[in-house]
Design a protein around this ligand. Structure first.
Ligand code: PLP
Ligand code: 3DJ
Length: 386
């Protein structure tokens, strides 16, 4: 069977094929950049029109008591099952970067008298920038360690380690339970960045005993550009979670207007200031696409898309330097010296992925809307550019 016939057959048999119709994606494009910005679910635009026209327009300030003020926890509970968390431990708001700051400072406060923060050496840069800055404030030292060496690097000096679940360049999926266990056995806390795994692969936060985690919602959760991030605080820490951005929205009695801070009960204390309601309710609408699909189904298709893409590359671009290991998220990365120019060419030809310096092409496989035909087309266009 030709690769074309095979792609057609795989698309025809795909149990998630119908999901694509719930997204507003240009049928002429092969959109393989959902690991950077997810596509818009069709339900988002009408919901936003209603929020602006009815909730804001007609109900005005009354809307704060009619669902707006509690939206961060309510939507957090919608994300929770996708990251393996029981209700009451996930709150939505602020950017990933801001939540990293909260998690790191709160994390070292939970594990005092240990002077060191371990950092995934290949981390997305913002995590490192924030870790260094948090460390300057708290008097810690940041030590960068490859994830595979975390277990031997962690010691009684380590307060916590910040690890990316999926490497943003190579797409490698790290073993969250094993790394968490290694950190715990030395008395360190495990803080995970789930930006590239939330909505792509199952994340066993509760089962693995993860302490704190952050993630974004504009990639595989399709919340839209600048959609608010999420923060996970394990139930065992909720009562003592002492985060540094102690704004009024996390206060036990925000409308009491008292001069001193008292953190609210539960995950509410992860909040900072006024929630970004328009973005947050866009995300709420975007999460509707998960109502009748499980993360396991999405993972299964993501893996199958990846396998098919690798086979297409094998056949059509046999010298392609695939840098993604077997243990991967929903992303395949290919190293090419002319990666930046190549991605420009691919985009001009209707295949949208992205490029990360110095030389890596990234192809995201957002299983809710990517077709097998899309990954075949990416391989065909790559061959044409050899
Ligand atoms: C692993 C990871 N962490 C953090 C971020 C960014 O954080 P923010 O949402 O604050 O821009 C990204 C992507 O932008 C990312 O890939
Ligand atoms: N957040 C982004 C943005 O505002 C503009 C462009 C790209 C992004 C990204 O999310 C990049 C992404 N985290 C990455 O993996 O490189």
């Amino acid at each position: 069977m030709s690769l074309r016939d095979e792609a057609a057959e795989l698309d025809m048999r795909d149990p998630l094929a119908g999901k694509r119709a719930e997204f507003d994606v240009d049928p002429d494009l092969s959109y393989l950049d959902g690991n950077s910005l997810g596509a818009p679910p069709r339900g988002v635009a009408p919901r936003l029109a209603e929020v602006v026209g009815e909730q804001w327009g007609r109900r005005l300030i009354r809307s704060w008591d009619e669902g707006w003020w509690d939206a961060p926890e309510r939507i957090g509970d919608r994300i929770a099952p996708l990251v393996g968390a029981a209700p009451g431990q996930v709150v939505v708001g602020d950017s990933t970067t801001v939540n990293l700051f909260k998690a790191l400072v709160a994390g070292v406060r939970l594990n005092p008298d240990r002077p060191e923060i371990l950092l995934d050496a290949a981390t997305f840069p913002t995590d490192g920038y924030i870790a260094e800055s948090a460390a300057r404030l708290t008097g810690h030292r940041v030590r960068r360690v490859p994830v595979r060496e975390m277990a031997s690097a962690v010691s009684s000096r380590t307060a916590l380690a910040l690890v990316n679940h999926v490497d943003y360049v190579t797409g490698e999926l790290h073993d969250l339970p094993v790394v968490t266990e290694a950190l715990h056995s030395a008395g360190a806390l495990a803080v995970w960045d789930l930006c590239h795994s939330a909505g792509a692969v199952p994340v066993p936060l509760d089962a693995a005993g993860v302490d704190l985690a952050v993630g974004c919602t504009y990639k595989f959760l399709n919340g839209g550009p600048g959609a608010p991030a999420f923060l996970y605080v394990a139930r065992k820490w909720l009562d003592v979670f002492d985060q540094p951005l102690s704004g009024w929205a996390g206060h036990a009695d925000p409308f009491g207007m008292t001069p001193s801070y008292a953190g609210g009960t539960g995950i509410r204390r992860g909040r900072t200031g006024t929630p970004d309601i328009l973005s947050m309710l866009a995300l709420d609408a975007a999460l509707d696409v998960w109502d009748d699909v499980t993360i396991d189904q999405v993972r299964a298709k993501g893996l199958a898309l990846g396998e098919f893409f690798l086979r297409c590359l094998d056949e059509l671009v046999p010298d392609a330097d695939v840098v993604t290991p077997r243990s991967r998220g929903n992303q395949i990365s290919v190293r090419r010296p002319d990666a930046k120019a190549t991605m420009g060419e691919l985009i001009a030809r209707g295949v949208i992925g992205d490029y990360r310096p110095p030389d890596v092409l990234r192809f995201g496989l957002a299983a809710l809307y990517v077709r097998y035909a899309d990954v075949l087309r990416a391989a065909e266009e790559l061959r044409a550019l050899r």
